[in-house]
Design a protein around this ligand. Structure first.
Ligand code: COI
Length: 359
C-alpha cells in the first residue's frame, strides 16, 4: 500500500456560502465550502494531500476518466448527535472497499488511515454544515478519477483523489416508505468477473436505462437485478443490497463478485445474528421468492445502503404479475434494523460494536 508521509495542508477558505434550510436539503444537491484533494503521478506516488476551497476542477478534455471511465467512489455520512458530537459510521470499511475498487479498476491504492484522517479533517472543518433534524446528515463522497491526458486504452499514470461533502435530508421524509420494485430479466447490472463488486461509475450508468423504463412502464421506483448468466438469481435492488425474510429466516444473496459488499449489509447481518434471527447468505432464485409469496412464507423484504439505510420493499412486479410483500407495509425486522442502525449512528443507542468514530 502507498504510504503518504506528508500531513494534510489546509488552505484558507475566504468565502462561506449560505446554508440550505431544513426543507430544501434534498440529497446531493448542495455542497460545502471546502474539498479535499490529493494527486498521484507515476513518479511521485500519492502526494500533496490538501484541503482547498470548493470550486470547479480544471481538467484536460483528454483526461482518461472521460473516455474510458477509470474511476471509483465511496459514500458515507457524518451525523450530529443530540449532545453535539460528530460521528462517522465505520469509515475504515469505506477505505478498505475503495482500495478493493481501486484494485479492480487498476488504480493505485491509497493509504487507508489517510483516507479516514482526510474524512475526519474535512468534516471537522465543515462541521457547521452538518444539518440537524431527524435523518439529516452530511453525505461524504470520496472519489478517484484518472487525469492523465491520453487516449490510448491503458491504465492512467495520473489520478486525482477528492472528497466533497453534501448536507442531506432524511431519505424518507415521513418515516420508512415501502417501494414497488420491477424485477428485470432483460438488462443486467453486472456479471461475474466484471466490475460488479467495485464501486465504480460504470456500474451505475449501466442501471439507468432499466430504471427509467421501470418507472415509465410499471411505475416501479427501483429495479431488482438478476444474475447476468442465468437471469435467475437475485443480486441487488437499485443501488442497494437486498434481503428477504421467509418463514422466520433472513436470506441475502451471497457475495459472488458481481455484488457490492455493502457496509450496511454487513452491519445488518451482524445485528440479525446478535438478535438470534437466522440469516443466510446464499444464491436466491427469483422463483423461490415467488413461491414463498404464494404460500404465505414471504414475511418482508428490504434494501440496505448508505443513503436510505433500510428501504422496505412493498411489492415486486415480475413476469406481468404484482407480488405484494407484507401487504405493502413496513416489516417489523426492517423497522427494528432502521431504528437500531440510526440509533447507533446518531449516538442515541450504545455502540457496543465500536462502529462509530468521532470526528
Ligand atoms: C448507497 O446508498 O449505498 C448508494 O450506493 C447510493 C448512492 C450511489 C447514492
Amino acid at each position: 500500500m502507498e504510504k503518504v508521509q506528508q500531513s494534510i495542508n489546509i488552505y484558507p477558505c475566504p468565502t462561506a456560502k449560505p446554508k440550505p434550510g431544513q426543507q430544501s436539503l434534498g440529497f446531493g444537491v448542495h455542497f460545502t465550502d471546502r474539498m479535499f484533494l490529493m494527486d498521484y503521478s507515476a513518479e511521485q506516488g500519492w502526494h500533496d494531500p490538501r484541503i482547498v476551497p470548493y470550486e470547479p476542477l480544471q481538467l484536460d478534455p483528454a483526461s482518461m476518466v472521460f473516455h474510458y471511465g477509470q474511476s471509483v467512489f465511496e459514500g458515507l455520512k457524518a451525523y450530529r448527535t443530540d449532545d453535539n458530537k460528530v460521528f462517522l459510521f465505520r469509515p475504515d470499511k469505506n477505505a478498505e472497499r475503495m482500495n478493493r475498487s481501486c484494485d479492480r479498476l487498476n488504480i493505485p491504492r491509497i493509504d487507508e488511515s489517510l483516507f479516514v484522517e482526510a474524512v475526519q479533517t474535512i468534516v471537522r472543518l465543515e462541521a457547521n454544515w452538518i444539518p440537524v433534524g431527524n435523518g439529516a446528515s452530511l453525505y461524504i463522497r470520496p472519489f478517484i478519477i484518472a487525469t492523465e491526458a491520453a487516449l490510448g486504452v491503458r491504465a492512467s499514470n495520473r489520478y486525482l483523489f477528492a472528497i466533497i461533502l453534501s448536507p442531506a435530508g432524511a431519505y424518507f421524509g415521513e418515516g420508512l416508505k415501502p417501494v414497488r420494485i420491477f424485477v428485470d430479466d432483460h438488462y443486467v447490472r453486472a456479471v461475474r468477473g466484471g466490475t460488479g463488486h467495485a464501486k465504480t461509475p460504470g456500474n451505475y450508468a449501466a442501471t439507468l436505462k432499466a430504471q427509467t423504463e421501470a418507472k415509465e412502464r410499471q411505475h416501479c421506483s427501483q429495479v431488482l437485478w438478476l444474475d447476468g448468466i442465468e437471469r435467475t438469481y437475485i443480486e441487488e435492488v437499485g443501488s442497494m443490497n437486498v434481503f428477504f425474510k421467509i418463514n422466520g429466516e433472513v436470506l441475502t444473496p451471497e457475495l459472488n463478485g458481481s455484488i457490492l459488499e455493502g457496509i450496511t449489509r454487513n452491519s445488518v447481518i451482524r445485528l440479525l445474528k446478535q438478535w438470534g434471527i437466522p440469516v443466510t447468505e446464499r444464491k436466491i432464485a427469483i422463483d423461490e421468492i415467488v413461491r414463498a409469496a404464494e404460500n404465505g412464507g414471504l414475511e418482508e423484504s428490504f434494501g440496505t445502503g448508505t443513503a436510505a439505510v433500510i428501504s422496505p420493499i412493498g411489492g415486486l412486479f415480475w413476469n406481468g404479475n404484482d407480488i405484494p410483500v407484507n401487504q405493502g407495509n413496513v416489516g417489523s425486522c426492517s423497522q427494528k434494523l432502521y431504528d437500531t442502525l440510526t440509533g447507533i449512528q446518531y449516538g442515541r443507542l450504545q455502540d457496543e460494536w465500536g462502529w462509530t468514530v468521532e470526528c
